[in-house]
Design a protein around this ligand. Structure first.
Ligand SMILES: [Zn+2]
Length: 235
């Protein structure tokens, strides 16, 4: 009988029958379904969920998004960008062709993709380049994930590493804010982007390292490279 089943059913099903049903005898009782994923044969939603869910691999990069002292909405935006879940114009255009896919960040508009808006556009590139120089994180910016990984794994001391994590997330946030302001008819200069980035970084560092700051917080904070970055850029 099993030979005949092997021809018709997957190997694991035949194996299941061999183990569980080979010695089953015909009886008076009518057949009834049996949920094999629970020990008693009763259907359980939890076991069905475990069966259906596709466990994603843990992504160590994403753990670096959540930083104490940084507003959740900033980390969440960075998470959405990392996963390609931000409604940039090219994505909106794919849903509705009447929506323009042109960017509003460049003097000559091009297709607004995540890579363009957050890394390769004129303003984005200048901002990343500027902060990268001050932070000493030199090298080509091939794509957004590679650039973020450089900021998130700089092999610096613990505090500087946290500051670098913050800087990268805040840059993404301010570029998105600028984009949306311009989209709704406002203006948002490059200088203002830098001012906002510095302001948010300072607040985040003060919150994150509150315990380490003495009475004269401003002076004490200068030990952090992050402040060197902001001071250098506000001149
Ligand atoms: Zn652009």
């Amino acid at each position: 009988m099993l030979v005949a089943l092997e021809a018709a059913l997957p190997e694991y099903v035949v194996e299941h029958i061999r183990i569980n049903f080979l010695y089953v005898q015909l009886g008076e009782e009518a057949d009834k379904p049996c949920w094999t994923k629970s020990s008693r044969g009763n259907f359980r939603v939890k076991s069905a969920w475990e069966l259906l869910r596709q466990k994603a691999d843990m992504n160590e990069d994403l753990n670096l998004l959540w930083i104490k002292g940084l507003p959740f909405k900033l980390s969440y935006l960075a998470w959405r960008i990392w996963n390609g879940k931000v409604p940039v114009a090219s994505l909106m255009h794919s849903w509705n062709p009447t929506i323009s896919q042109d960017c509003m960040c460049c003097s000559i508009p091009v297709e607004e993709t995540i890579e363009h808006l957050f890394l390769k556009s004129e303003v984005a590139f200048r901002i990343w380049d500027h902060y990268s120089r001050v932070a000493g994180l030199l090298g080509p910016m091939i794509n957004l994930k590679q650039t973020l990984r450089r900021w998130w794994s700089s092999n610096s001391s613990y505090r500087i590493q946290v500051v670098f994590q913050v800087v990268a997330i805040v840059i993404l946030w301010c570029l998105w804010k600028r984009r949306n302001t311009i989209l709704h008819g406002g203006s948002f200069s490059e200088r203002k982007v830098i001012w906002e980035i510095n302001d948010i970084i300072l607040k985040a560092i003060k919150t994150r390292f509150k315990r380490d700051i003495g009475r004269n917080g401003r002076i004490s904070l200068l030990i952090y490279r992050g402040i060197e970055i902001t001071v250098a850029l506000t001149v």
